[in-house]
Design a protein around this ligand. Structure first.
Ligand SMILES: Cc1cc2nc3c(=O)[nH]c(=O)nc-3n(C[C@H](O)[C@H](O)[C@H](O)COP(=O)(O)OP(=O)(O)OC[C@H]3O[C@@H](n4cnc5c(N)ncnc54)[C@H](O)[C@@H]3O)c2cc1C
Length: 457
């Protein structure tokens, strides 16, 4: 865009949202232009912060008229570079769309602005004995819009499913500036295509989500967490299988390893959770209206494969045990910019996959250090590689290749973003890709939403 055209465009944006909400100053744009990991960055023409749906619609229409691409951004905690501006785009920040509506206790639903953070929604609904089914460590910054756009998973998928399952209604601004709304909140409604959930996992490529109607879950009054030391991954899987069969209160099952635990302890200054170190750790949480401690203890005590376990059922103790797991992302990032590969493989293939990884990585990048953790119930592993130097693409290729050959997914919960767009073709079949492209073209014929994300440019 030439300078006079750009100035006219910025002036028109300013007219819509007001001068303080069009950010063109490079130093003020900076935090919107680089992702959480520091791996992905771009330069935006401007960052725009609309305060309501009408302003979003006007911004989208204006961008359509000028052919300016739009990158929706919520909390910017995404891990695949999906909210980073592409060349000549504007970042549309949803953080001012942060209204949290009145909780409908009968339907157990709440309407929230797409820019409301998960933590803000949790704070609003928990006093009513309700909760959001999805929870994750980025809760203080991650927004409901971002969580849906990435179909985020997190720590409780085994009990409540991922974000797609929490959404019963939605309002979104389409590429021509029209507002599409389906907010009836009916959990039974078979009148044609499921347009609401189509946006779950769309990564900002189909529309800008502005309001969301969430189906809430009962807030369990009592939580008990156990951190279990084990010999290997296959044993962790087998212990979890028993717990899933016999402990309906089971809410979370997180896997991590000795190297990761030591890194987290060093980074956060935490003491050792148990006297001896173990190769593999399984953190499980049970939650219910009445105290699930006895039920969990009963299952663990009789399992001779458990080398050691610590248990907590008070708020402080539960949080302290979760810190060992939730501290991983931050501790790894403190070592340098990581390559983050969020993958899933079929449960039967998981132990062999984990065993094969160090050899594959050493072959491509002998200097690289690997840390892994994940959500065991979904066989979802976060493979984090640091000290990668110039080998990022080759390493990604090597790891994703074995994932695909194992029958797995190259993105279990973080999305495809820019990081994995080049690999999408290998992950989905030709008819699937054709159907996905048809949807994209139908809803965004001029390709103004998030170019380069999901589909390679
Ligand atoms: C410490 C840490 C822990 C994490 N743990 C997990 C985890 O356990 N599970 C998990 O799944 N993820 C996890 N994440 C990743 C991240 O928090 C999620 O992907 C989250 O859903 C991103 O929300 P956000 O608001 O920050 O979105 P952003 O990062 O701002 O955007 C993410 C994507 O959504 C699009 N988008 C955002 N808002 C909208 C909107 N209103 N309309 C349309 N598109 C939109 C963007 O264009 C982009 O493609 C973690 C991240 C961190 C930093």
């Amino acid at each position: 865009m030439n300078p006079p055209a750009r100035d006219a465009f910025i002036a028109a944006l300013t007219k819509i949202v007001g001068p303080t909400h069009v950010i063109t100053d490079p130093s003020m744009r900076a935090s919107y232009e680089t992702d959480w990991t520091g791996r992905f960055s771009g330069q935006a023409l401007a960052v725009v912060r609309p305060k309501n749906t009408a302003q979003v619609a006007a911004v989208v229409s204006l961008c359509g008229e000028h052919g300016v691409p739009l990158v929706p951004q919520g909390g910017n905690t995404g891990l695949v570079g999906g909210a980073v501006p592409s060349e000549g785009s504007i970042v549309l920040s949803t953080t001012r769309l942060n209204n949290v509506g009145t909780v409908d206790e009968v339907a157990a639903q709440v309407a929230v602005g797409a820019g409301a953070t998960l933590a803000a929604v949790q704070a609003a609904v928990r006093p009513r004995g309700l909760d959001v089914g999805v929870d994750l460590a980025s809760r203080d910054s991650a927004t409901i819009g971002g969580l849906i756009a990435t179909n985020a998973g997190g720590e409780r998928v085994l009990r409540y499913g991922s974000m797609r399952r929490q959404v019963v209604g939605l309002e979104a601004v389409l590429a021509d500036g029209t507002v599409m709304k389906h907010m009836t909140g009916l959990t039974k409604d078979n009148t044609g295509y499921d347009l609401v959930r189509l946006f779950a996992g769309s990564e900002g490529t189909l529309a800008i989500i502005t309001t969301v109607l969430l189906q809430l879950v009962p807030l369990p009054a009592k939580r008990t967490v156990a951190l279990i030391g084990l010999a290997d991954v296959a044993t962790a899987q087998s212990v979890l299988t028993g717990l899933r069969l016999r402990l309906p209160q089971l809410t979370a099952a997180e896997l991590f390893f000795d190297a990761g635990l030591e890194l987290v302890r060093e980074h956060a200054g935490l003491s050792a959770p148990m006297p001896d170190r173990h190769p593999v750790y399984l953190l499980v949480e049970a939650a219910d209206v009445s105290d699930p401690t006895d039920a969990l203890l009963f299952q663990l005590e009789k399992d001779v494969r458990i080398r050691d376990a610590v248990l907590a059922n008070d708020t402080k103790g539960v949080a302290a045990l979760w810190d060992y797991r939730e501290g991983h992302t931050e501790a790894v990032s403190a070592l340098g910019t990581p390559i983050k590969l969020d993958v899933a493989v079929p449960a039967a293939a998981l132990p062999a996959f984990i065993a094969a990884l160090p050899l594959i990585i050493e072959k491509v990048a002998p200097e690289a250090q690997m840390f892994m953790w994940g959500h065991l119930a979904e066989s979802n592993l976060h493979v984090n590689l640091v000290n990668v130097n110039g080998d990022a693409d080759r390493l990604t290729d090597a790891v994703l290749d074995i994932v695909i050959r194992s029958g797995g997914s190259i993105s279990a919960e973080h999305g495809v973003g820019r990081a994995k767009a080049a690999w999408l073709e290998r992950a989905r079949s030709a008819p699937e890709l054709a159907a996905m492209r048809s949807i994209k073209v139908a809803l965004d014929p001029r390709g103004i939403f998030n170019p380069g994300v999901l589909f390679p440019e």
